[in-house]
Design a binder for this molecule. Structure first.
Ligand code: G1P
Length: 295
């Protein structure tokens, strides 16, 4: 029985959708309330029992590694000032997981980025979390990655998250054709990367959370460039389905596309409304703001 203890987080993208902010700040370090987006993703992985986080990074991403490292000066200052809550938060962040950084030296696609983690993952099953997607569990809900890890433990089958999207959005995602097993559990029949809405048999999109059998590395190794000339993860998933099978799960947690300006703003607002320090004042501010629109 294999357990999922490792996760790959691809973080090599240039973040062009957030220029000029991302000229000097990695998009993974853009802030949602008071934490960089990458922290929400790493927290989701850790909550699912992941111990080793493999960041697939590109040039100019040192800030991510530094964020999960010790900052002696800062921690000493907080300790002397007696700011123990904040010190505790920083200590937890640097101890939450082993962060292993690997360079993706060429931008050859998501499949290639995942393949860059092979030497660390070896032949274990592993999770992949795409950093543009943020999922937030509330009131004891299981995170999306926890659900996938549990499904893998029970079935030993690669497991992915899916969500229904409107017709006009199918061309933004990898789409899975699925057959219901029971409840939120589905068998994956096929997957296709960003199809034309005219050609689709399904509107179940893959929002960037996966747990894979290590066989996926073999499939990626044998893959040919696909859409946009890139090694697409979705194409290798297709081969994995035919060789080993795959399941998909729908989820009820909140999810934001923080890689898009509107999605990022929505995530900022909703996370602020969940923050005990800000909740009441921010809610009142929003109410006043909306009232003003009618005038
Ligand atoms: C990638 C994947 C796609 C997936 C999406 C989720 O696309 O290739 O299959 O549905 O992430 O965000 P990208 O958004 O990087 O173009």
């Amino acid at each position: 029985m294999s357990h999922v203890k490792k996760a790959i987080i691809p973080a090599a993208g240039l973040g062009t959708r957030f220029l000029p902010a991302t000229k000097t700040v990695p998009k993974e370090m853009l802030t949602l309330v008071d934490a960089p987006t990458i922290l929400y993703v790493v927290e989701e992985a850790v909550e699912a029992g992941i111990e080793d986080i493999i960041l697939i990074a590109g040039r100019g991403k040192h800030a991510i590694e530094d964020f999960f490292d010790t900052s002696y000066e800062l921690e000493d200052k907080l300790a002397r000032a007696g700011n123990l809550n904040l010190l505790d938060r920083l200590t937890k962040i640097r101890n939450m997981a082993n962060i292993i950084s690997i360079r993706q030296k060429q931008a050859l696609g998501l499949g290639h980025a995942v393949y860059c983690g092979k030497s660390v993952v070896g032949d274990e099953p592993f999770a992949v979390l795409l950093g543009d997607e943020i999922t937030i569990s509330q009131n004891g809900q299981k995170s999306v990655t926890s659900q996938l890890v549990e499904n893998f433990s029970e079935t030993q089958l690669s497991s992915i998250s899916i969500m229904e999207v409107p017709d006009q959005d199918v061309s933004k995602y990898g789409i899975a054709e699925v057959q219901k097993i029971s409840g939120c559990r589905y068998k994956v029949l096929s997957v296709i990367e960003k199809p034309d809405p005219k050609d689709i048999k399904s509107r179940m999109a893959m929002p960037g959370r996966y747990v894979f059998d290590s066989q996926i590395f073999e499939e990626i190794k044998n893959a040919q460039p696909g859409l946009n000339g890139e090694i697409q993860l979705t194409d290798s998933m297709k081969s994995l389905i035919s060789h080993k099978g795959m399941e998909a799960l729908t989820f009820t947690t909140k999810r934001f596309d923080a890689g898009d300006k509107l999605g990022y703003l929505k995530a900022s607002v909703e996370l602020a409304l969940m923050n005990p320090e800000l909740e009441i004042q921010f809610r009142n501010y929003l109410i006043e703001l909306v009232k003003g629109w009618g005038k």
